[in-house]
Design a binder for this molecule. Structure first.
Ligand code: IPM
Ligand code: MG
Length: 352
C-alpha cells in the first residue's frame, strides 16, 4: 500500500526519537513491499522560532491531507515564559483540535525485564495491561470562557470544563469497542460527587454501556482511580476519562512501565488521519545528546501502522521486535543502559 505520513519532530529530543521511528517505518515498508512518503514540517517551539507560530495553517492542512501524523514532542525552557502569548503547546492543542482526534489511546504495559525500574513492588506489576482512553479535544483544555484579568485590584483567572453529550458519547463508545477485543471491562473515571460535567459524563457512559452487554462498566472517582493505579494497577482494563484527568492519570500510569520513554500513544478521530506521539515530553535536559529512549516513538509508529494504515501484522512485528530487543538486554540510559538512541533503533530494526 501507499501511505502519506507527516513527520513533526518538534522540540528537544523529539527529532532524535522520531528519526528512529521513521527508520523503523522505512524498514517495514522495505520488508513488506509498501511505499511510505514522509513529509517533514515544524511544530512547537521550533516552529515559533522559524515560522512565528507554533502550528502554521500550511502545516495543519498538510497534516489534514495525510494518512497519519507522527509527532515527537513540543516545548522547552526557552519558550516557557508564563507571560508569553505564544507557546509551543498551542501547536499541539491546535493540531489535535484541527485533526478532530477526540480519543487519545495510551496503552500501559510493563515489560517483565523492566519491573525493577518501577518504584512499585514487583508483585503489583504482574499482569498490568491498561488502556487509557483520554478525551482529547474537549473538557478543561478547551472550554470557554477562559482567561485572565484584574478585577477590584485582584488578579483573576478562569478555565471552563464543559462537555456536550455527543463529545462524551463518541469517546466512551470507542472505549467500549476497544474493550470488546480486550478483557471486556471499562472503568469510566469522573468526579461525579462534585462536578456537574462529571454527572453528565456518568449518565452518558451508562447510556453507551447499554449497547455493550458483553462489556462491564464501572464508575470510579478520579481520586480513587489515582490511588488504585498504584495500589492495584492490574485491576484495570480500559479506563476512559476527561481530557485533564487523563493527562494526569497517564503520567502516573507511566511510572508502572519503569520509564516514560517506553510509552506510545495514538489519537484518533471519526475519520481522517490519526496522530501518533510518545507520551514523554521534549526532555530538554538530554536533548541533542543522542541518549533518549526511542521506544515510545517506535511503539507509536506501530500504532500508526495498526490504526491508520490497517497493517496489523507489521504493527505486531514492530512491537515484538521492541520486546525482543529489551529481552536481549538492549537499554538506553533511562533504563540503566548505555546504548545511544540510534543504537537502540538499530537493535530494534535488526529484530524486525
Ligand atoms: C500530553 C502533554 C500535553 C497535554 C502538553 C504538552 C500540552 O502533557 O500530551 O500529555 O497536556 O496534553
Ligand atoms: Mg501530559
Amino acid at each position: 500500500m501507499n501511505g502519506k505520513i507527516v513527520v513533526l519532530p518538534g522540540d528537544g529530543i523529539g527529532p532524535e526519537v522520531t528519526a528512529q521511528a521513521v527508520r523503523v517505518l522505512q524498514a517495514v515498508a522495505a520488508k513488506y513491499g509498501h511505499s511510505f512518503a514522509f513529509i517533514e514540517r515544524l511544530i512547537g517551539g521550533s516552529a515559533i522560532d522559524r515560522e512565528g507560530t507554533p502550528l502554521s495553517a500550511d502545516t495543519l492542512s498538510v497534516c489534514q491531507e495525510a494518512d497519519a501524523v507522527l509527532l515527537g514532542a513540543v516545548g522547552g525552557p526557552q519558550w516557557d515564559d508564563p507571560e508569553a502569548q505564544i507557546r509551543p503547546e498551542q501547536g499541539l492543542l491546535g493540531l489535535r483540535k484541527g485533526l478532530g482526534v477526540f480519543a487519545n489511546l495510551r496503552p500501559v504495559t510493563v515489560h517483565p525485564a523492566l519491573v525493577s525500574f518501577s518504584p512499585l513492588k514487583e508483585e503489583k506489576l504482574s499482569g498490568v495491561d491498561i488502556l487509557v482512553v483520554r478525551e482529547l479535544t474537549g473538557g478543561l483544555y478547551f472550554g470557554l470562557p477562559r482567561g485572565r484579568e484584574v478585577r477590584n485590584g485582584q488578579m483573576r483567572a478562569v478555565d471552563t470544563l464543559e462537555y456536550q453529550e455527543d463529545e462524551i458519547r463518541r469517546v466512551v463508545d470507542l472505549a467500549f469497542r476497544l474493550a470488546q477485543s480486550r478483557r471486556k471491562r471499562v472503568a469510566s473515571v469522573d468526579k461525579a460527587n462534585v462536578l456537574e460535567s462529571s454527572r453528565l459524563w456518568r449518565q452518558v457512559a451508562n447510556m453507551v454501556g447499554k449497547g455493550y452487554p458483553d462489556v462491564s462498566l464501572e464508575h470510579i472517582l478520579v481520586d480513587t482511580a489515582a490511588m488504585k493505579l498504584t495500589s492495584n494497577p492490574a485491576g484495570f482494563d480500559v479506563l476512559v476519562t476527561e481530557n485533564m484527568f487523563g493527562d494526569i492519570l497517564t503520567d502516573e500510569a507511566s511510572v508502572l512501565a519503569g520509564s516514560m520513554g517506553m510509552l506510545p500513544s495514538a489519537s484518533l478521530g471519526e475519520k481522517g488521519p490519526g496522530l501518533y506521539e510518545p507520551i514523554h515530553g521534549s526532555a530538554p535536559d538530554i536533548a541533542g545528546k543522542g541518549m533518549a529512549n526511542p521506544v515510545g516513538a517506535i511503539l507509536s509508529a506501530a500504532l500508526l501502522l495498526r490504526y491508520s494504515l490497517h497493517l496489523e501484522g507489521p504493527a505486531r512485528r514492530v512491537e515484538s521486535a521492541v520486546n525482543r530487543a529489551i529481552d536481549d538486554g538492549n537499554r538506553t540510559a533511562d533504563i540503566a543502559g548505555t546504548l545511544s538512541t540510534q543504537q537502540m533503533g538499530d537493535a530494534i530494526i535488526k529484530r524486525l
